[in-house]
Design a protein around this ligand. Sequence first.
Ligand code: ZN
Length: 360
Amino acid sequence: MALKDILGQNRALEMLKGCIVKNRLAHAYLFAGESGIGKRLTAVNFAKTLNCRETVHSSPRPRSAKRGRQLTVDSEEKKLHITHHEIDCCDKCPSCIKIDKAIHPDVFFIQPEGDGGQIRIEIIRVLEEALSYKAYEGRWKIAIIDEAENLNQSAANAFLKTLEEPPEHSILILISSMPELIPETIRSRRQSINFSPLPINMMVELLIQNSPASLREAGRAKLNDLREPALLSMLSCGRPGRALSEDLIDKRNCLLDRFKSLLGMGDINAWDDRDSMEEWFEWVHLWLRDIAVFKATNSSGLLINYDKESEIKKKKKNAALKDILVLSDKLNNIKSLLRFNLNEKITLNYTSLLLKETFG
Ligand SMILES: [Zn+2]
């Protein structure tokens, strides 16, 4: 895979390629946008492009610390008229292959670890030391820090030092679906690259080209039926990472079962963990959105869960539009509080009560 294979993020890609073409690479980037949208994929392929051994591009020389952010370019390189179109990795050279396998000695991958899901100061210190040495075989030493909002306070403070005194030949790429949770002191020292959800037609095309194993096994006939890719596109809200990595339709059905059980239609089972709680609250927002849309328009054309029209129709009969919107706000509020380790049993009972008040 290369930058050219990343669909629907042209604006972000053009900005990154522009940095290379103009020899104005930032010391730190923040890739911001919803999860499963292509941020990490772009970061990996940007790192591949910067260190690729085969690609013909201006190969910007690593800046000198004394020169600040401006990259130096020799006269031969200045003679090259490089276009955005030509900027990409080859995806075949040893450097590209090593980065894909996460074994390149100059490219570091960092993500939250442990029960608390935090990025700890010890990891940042190891990274600082690794960045302080010259690159072994690449042009750049690159750190890709996934879910950067999970830098804990001490790690964030230590990281700030790296941002203020960037080691030579280094580029930091922070990735976050919740950039507002990253301390302002860090956010203000990086270049932001924003990623957007893909439009439905592009998602359908991508899903047909890269169908998950379960769909491939079902045969081309099923793939050619656009109904399923279209539904997956809607359920993933334009996030290809989600649509390709899991059986979203099956998962949606499980989330719907929990919705019914919380309404008193069956046994209430506890959530498996905080991730599954967050997932349910994220999904229920879409479900309530569909019920509210149907209530307001009486049309199925705008539904995300359009295959569940009959169930949505039943639910909209039981509730006033105003109450559905109030419920949606309250559940969103609970979702935003999940980070503070809400008691699961209390959350379960309170949520059940709210649903029954609206739809009971
Ligand atoms: Zn390459």
